[in-house]
Ligand binder design. Structure first.
Ligand code: URA
Length: 228
């Protein structure tokens, strides 16, 4: 599916309410075009990515539970507002996920901490292997945003989610925040984790033989960090 052809936040792939696809506003469409264009160099890639990441964070942070809060404004008026009831933790899947940390910092004014997970594909078994992780001590009580720009086969993502569940975070308190997903990756995660939520800017139809999303944008880390 050419992922940005709809008209508003949509539910994919089979009317699955777990998956929020950003509404294709023109700013987003233009930024996604820059990201997908093979001619785009790293500085332009990074600034287009920042725009997309900001919109993703706004949608993902909208899923953090809130409660009503009444405040008095400087004009001595009553304002009926709200505040988050949960502390938030961003967990980046390295290395690409680290690119989304600044955007989360800039988008959220409440208490925030960060964790990291490093997963690599084992050359012999081809299975995702957990190499390193570090979470805040109170992770089990936090609302977790997993930061991973690309969701291809779902192997690393599902390993990361397992680690976060093992650390005591309930599945319904996890949001997978993602720039671009393959249809297969979405199917794998939603089948395996029925209470997980996914926020993405695009869902593409295909995966290449080398496991890249197609049409896609190539290797995100190489393009973002300029290591191509
Ligand atoms: N990771 C990437 O960087 N790109 C893809 O297309 C898939 C996984």
């Amino acid at each position: 599916m050419g992922s940005l052809n709809g008209t508003k936040n949509v539910v994919l792939p089979t009317q699955n309410a777990q998956v929020v696809v950003l509404s294709p506003n023109k700013q987003l469409l233009c930024a996604m075009t820059v990201l997908r264009d093979q001619e785009t160099e790293t500085p332009a890639f990074v600034s287009a990515f920042q725009l997309v990441a900001h919109q993703l964070m706004t949608a993902a942070l909208d899923l953090v539970p809130t409660e009503s809060l009444v405040v008095i404004t400087p004009t001595k008026s009553v304002y009926r507002g709200m505040r988050p009831t949960r502390r938030v933790c961003g967990i980046s899947i390295l290395r690409a996920g680290a690119s989304m940390e600044d955007s989360l910092r800039q988008s959220y004014s409440g208490p925030l901490s960060f964790g990291k997970i490093l997963i690599q594909r084992d050359e012999e078994t081809c299975l995702p292997t957990h190499l390193y992780s570090k979470f805040p001590k109170d992770i089990a009580n936090r609302f977790v945003l997993i930061l991973e720009p690309m969701l291809a086969t779902g192997g690393s993502a599902s390993k990361a989610i397992d680690l976060i569940l093992e650390a005591g975070v309930p599945e319904q308190d996890i949001v997978f925040v993602n720039v671009m997903a393959s249809r297969k990756g979405i199917e794998v995660l939603t089948r395996q984790f029925p209470r997980l939520k996914i926020v993405t800017a695009a869902v593409d139809d295909d995966l290449t033989a080398s496991g890249h999303i197609a049409p896609g944008l190539g290797d995100f880390g190489d393009r973002y960090y300029g290591t191509a």
